[in-house]
Write a protein that binds this ligand. Structure first.
Ligand code: ZN
Length: 381
C-alpha cells in the first residue's frame, strides 16, 4: 500500500466569483446569480484537482464564506447571517501582516447551523469522478461565538455547548451519509490558543485543553471504524498569504493535539524552519492506538502561501526523512493548509487569485508525484 495523500480543503476563489460575492453583498445580483458562479468554480476546481492524479479531492470550498463561518453566513460580509447571531463577535485571529478575521457573536439560543458542509458536498458529488473528502469546522472554533466572559441571559454556556456538540456531530455524520470518503476537522485555533497575544484576549486564556476536551466530546460519538476516516487539521493559519501563530512552538501544542481520538492528522510542516525536529515530535506523540484507531500523520509537504512550486523530488525527500521518525504505516502527505480558507482572498504574494489557482494545481500534482516516488523508494508499492 502506498503512502496516502490528501488535501486540506480550500482553493482560491476565481476573481469572477469573488466579484460576484461582492455584487451579492451589494444587492446587485440574486442568490441564484451567485450560485451560477459557484457552480462553475466548483466544477473547475474538482476537474482540475482530479487531473493532478490526486486520489481524493474536494470542491475547493468554493461555496463557503470561509472554513469557519460556512454554517453561519452566506458571505464573509455577513449576508444571510443565521438566527441568534450578530456580526460583531471576537477576533478569531490577528495575522502577522496586520489584518484580522472576526467571528459573529451569539445573542441567544438555541444555536443552530444554517448550512451543513454536506449541503455543498451534495452538489460536488454530482460533479466528481473520484472520491471526495469534506472539511468541517471544529467545535472549538465555534465555541468562541459565546462571549468570553459572563453568560447570555436565558442561554447558559452549558446549553450552548451541548447544542454545539450536537450540531458538529450532525455536520460530520451528514458528510458521510452524503458520500464523503473522509472528513477532516479544521483546528487552526489549536496552535493559536498557545499564542497569548494581548491584542486578542481569548488566546491568553489557556484554552487548549478545553478545546481538546470539547472536540473529543464530538469525536468520541463515532466508532473506531468511523474515526479511521475522521481527521484533524492543524496549522498556523493561512489567509492572504499570511499566518497567525507560526511563532508558537509546535512542542507546546502537539502533545495535547494527539489526545484527540481522531484517526488522522493533516499537519502543516513544509514551512517549518526545522522539519526534522517536528517529525520527531510526531513520532513521539502520535498514538498507535487512540481508542481503537491508529493515528496517521499526514505531514505538510506543500506551502500554499508561497508561489514557488515544490518539486516532486523535494516532496519525496521530505517524506523519506519523516519516515525515519514516523512508522510508514502511519505516514501520509498533505498541503500545509487550504490554499484559501477565506472566500475573499487576493493572494497578494501570488499576484492574483486566478494565478494562485494555477499554482495550487501544480503544487498538488507535485505532492501526488513526490508521494508516489517516496512510496516506491520505501518499497511500499
Ligand atoms: Zn490551515
Amino acid at each position: 500500500m502506498s503512502i496516502p495523500t490528501e488535501n486540506v480543503g480550500s482553493l482560491p476563489r476565481p476573481m469572477k466569483l469573488q466579484a460576484a460575492i461582492a455584487d451579492y453583498d451589494a444587492g446587485k445580483i440574486t442568490k441564484a446569480d451567485l450560485k451560477i458562479e459557484q457552480d462553475a468554480a466548483c466544477k473547475d476546481s474538482i476537474e482540475r484537482m482530479e487531473a493532478t492524479g490526486s486520489p481524493i479531492n474536494s470542491d475547493g470550498e468554493q461555496r463557503a464564506s470561509s472554513f469557519a463561518t460556512y454554517p453561519l453566513a452566506d458571505t464573509l460580509a455577513g449576508t444571510g447571517l443565521a438566527d441568534n447571531l450578530a456580526g460583531d463577535g471576537q477576533y478569531f485571529a490577528i495575522f502577522t501582516d496586520g489584518h484580522h478575521r472576526q467571528l459573529p457573536r451569539l445573542t441567544g439560543g438555541p444555536f443552530k447551523y444554517k448550512t451543513y458542509a454536506a449541503d455543498y458536498l451534495k452538489e460536488a458529488m454530482q460533479m466528481a469522478h473520484k472520491p471526495l473528502k469534506q472539511a468541517v469546522i471544529a467545535p472549538s472554533m465555534l465555541y468562541l461565538l459565546y462571549p468570553l466572559d459572563g453568560e447570555i441571559e436565558g442561554y447558559t454556556r452549558e446549553q450552548f455547548t451541548e447544542d454545539l456538540v450536537n450540531e458538529c456531530e450532525k455536520d460530520i455524520r451528514k458528510c458521510f451519509e452524503t458520500g464523503a470518503q473522509r472528513v477532516s476537522i479544521d483546528f487552526t485555533e489549536g496552535r493559536l490558543a498557545c499564542r497569548n497575544d494581548p491584542n486578542n484576549p481569548w488566546t491568553g486564556r489557556g484554552m487548549l485543553e478545553e478545546f481538546i476536551n470539547l472536540n473529543n466530546r464530538v469525536i468520541d460519538r463515532f466508532t473506531a471504524e468511523e474515526r479511521k476516516n475522521i481527521g484533524i487539521h492543524t496549522c498556523p493559519g493561512g489567509d492572504c498569504d499570511s499566518t497567525h501563530s507560526a511563532d508558537v512552538d509546535y512542542a507546546e501544542m502537539l502533545p495535547s493535539m494527539f489526545k484527540m481520538n481522531a484517526g488522522y492528522f493533516l499537519i502543516q510542516l513544509a514551512s517549518e524552519p526545522d522539519k526534522e525536529r517536528i517529525y520527531k515530535l510526531l513520532g513521539e506523540h502520535s498514538r498507535a492506538d487512540a481508542n481503537g484507531v491508529p493515528q496517521v500523520c499526514f505531514v505538510g509537504v506543500i506551502n500554499p502561501l508561497n508561489p514557488t512550486v515544490e518539486t516532486p523530488e523535494q516532496v519525496r525527500d521530505d517524506l523519506l526523512l519523516a519516515s525515519k521518525y514516523i512508522p510508514v504505516e502511519r505516514l501520509g502527505s498533505t498541503d500545509d493548509c487550504g490554499f484559501s480558507p477565506f472566500s475573499i482572498d487576493v493572494k497578494p504574494k501570488h499576484g492574483s487569485p486566478d494565478f494562485a489557482r494555477d499554482v495550487a494545481f501544480q503544487k498538488i500534482e507535485s505532492r501526488v508525484k513526490g508521494t508516489q516516488m517516496a512510496s516506491e523508494e520505501l518499497g511500499l508499492n
